[in-house]
Ligand binder design. Structure first.
Ligand code: 7GT
Length: 283
């Protein structure tokens, strides 16, 4: 029989009814809330789609404006290398809104690398790097700065496709400016930050390129937690850590080449990390 799509559309958002959203498991937690795996099952027979639902912790009302902006951002992005927006779910009397996105069963790049590192060759790492590049080029064309590009926020759609996820910190660069200055540092993952982001809280397409360089390092280290200092327990670093890192970077210290990284990638990668434009990483 014809299945009528049971999702009302108000304005430009597909509205998912909370009563049909069935919680399955937690996909990830952070400081402001969580991303949960749910099944949207209006027919109640488990034939509904699996979806990823991001919700704000109720006591984080202050971030509601940021969350609304995140919803606005992700619903305006249409790119093969960016996680797809599906709609929103108003819970109990519109007290809080939930963001409904496509669910990618392979999860984040970190988990995928830990599980499959044995059979991920250099060619595949470069394919993933070029896809992240393309997603970031699209983001830049929309004047968005991601500000939280890291392997933990890259999703694996299949063995040959990754997508950029989590636009919680994404900002639009004003037309007359080259960068976005953040007022409060918040929970800053400083090991992914460019020097000007650590010292002046300035974020631009160039600082996103710097973060991409860190993601390249994560890729060629197979996101090996033990082998790199970046994954300090909590991403919030102390001010003294930020100053120490800033001085290291000013003295031209850079992350060492990962041991498994093939030499020819190193030369190209060095070049790319210092070039402040998106480059298509040749396979
Ligand atoms: C890697 C993804 C983004 C990061 N993440 C996460 O848990 N968080 C991102 C934001 C933080 S939060 O909880 O701090 C937060 C909460 C609300 C407002 C703002 C921030 C949690 C896990 C996700 N994940 C495993 C997924 N796996 C499979 N399919 C998916 N579709 C979409 C996401 C997703």
């Amino acid at each position: 029989c014809l299945r009528i799509k049971l999702v009302a559309t108000t304005k430009y958002h597909d509205v998912f009814e909370e009563r049909y959203l069935r919680f399955i498991s937690i996909l990830g937690k952070g400081n402001f809330g969580s991303v949960e795996l749910c099944r949207y099952d209006p027919w109640g027979d488990n034939t509904g789609d699996l979806v990823a639902v991001k919700e704000l912790q109720s006591d984080k009302k202050a971030n509601m404006a940021d969350f609304q902006r995140e919803i606005q951002t992700i619903s305006s992005l249409h790119c093969d290398y960016i996680v797809k927006y599906k709609g929103i779910c108003y819970s109990a009397g519109r007290l809080s809104t939930k963001l409904v996105m496509e669910y990618l069963p392979f999860g984040s790049l970190i988990g995928y690398m830990e599980k499959h590192r044995q059979n991920v060759c250099t060619r595949r790492l470069l394919l993933f790097a070029s896809q992240i590049c393309k997603g970031m080029e699209y983001l830049q064309s929309m004047r968005y700065v991601h500000r939280d590009l890291a392997a933990r926020n890259i999703l694996v759609a299949s063995d040959t496709l990754v997508k950029i996820a989590d636009f919680g910190l994404t900002k639009i660069i004003p037309v007359d400016k080259e960068y976005y200055r953040v007022t409060q540092p918040g929970e800053s993952p400083i090991f992914w930050y460019a020097p000007e982001s650590i010292s002046e809280l300035k974020f631009s397409h160039k600082s996103d390129v710097w973060s991409f360089g860190i993601v390249l390092h994560e890729l060629f280290s197979y996101c090996d937690i033990s082998r790199n200092p970046k994954r300090v327990r909590s991403y919030v670093q102390s001010p003294s850590m930020a100053i120490h890192l800033l001085n290291l970077l000013k003295d031209n210290w850079r992350l060492p080449m990962p041991s498994q990284c093939p030499p020819k990638v190193k030369i190209k990668t060095d070049f790319y990390i210092n070039v402040s434009v998106w480059v298509t990483v040749t396979n």
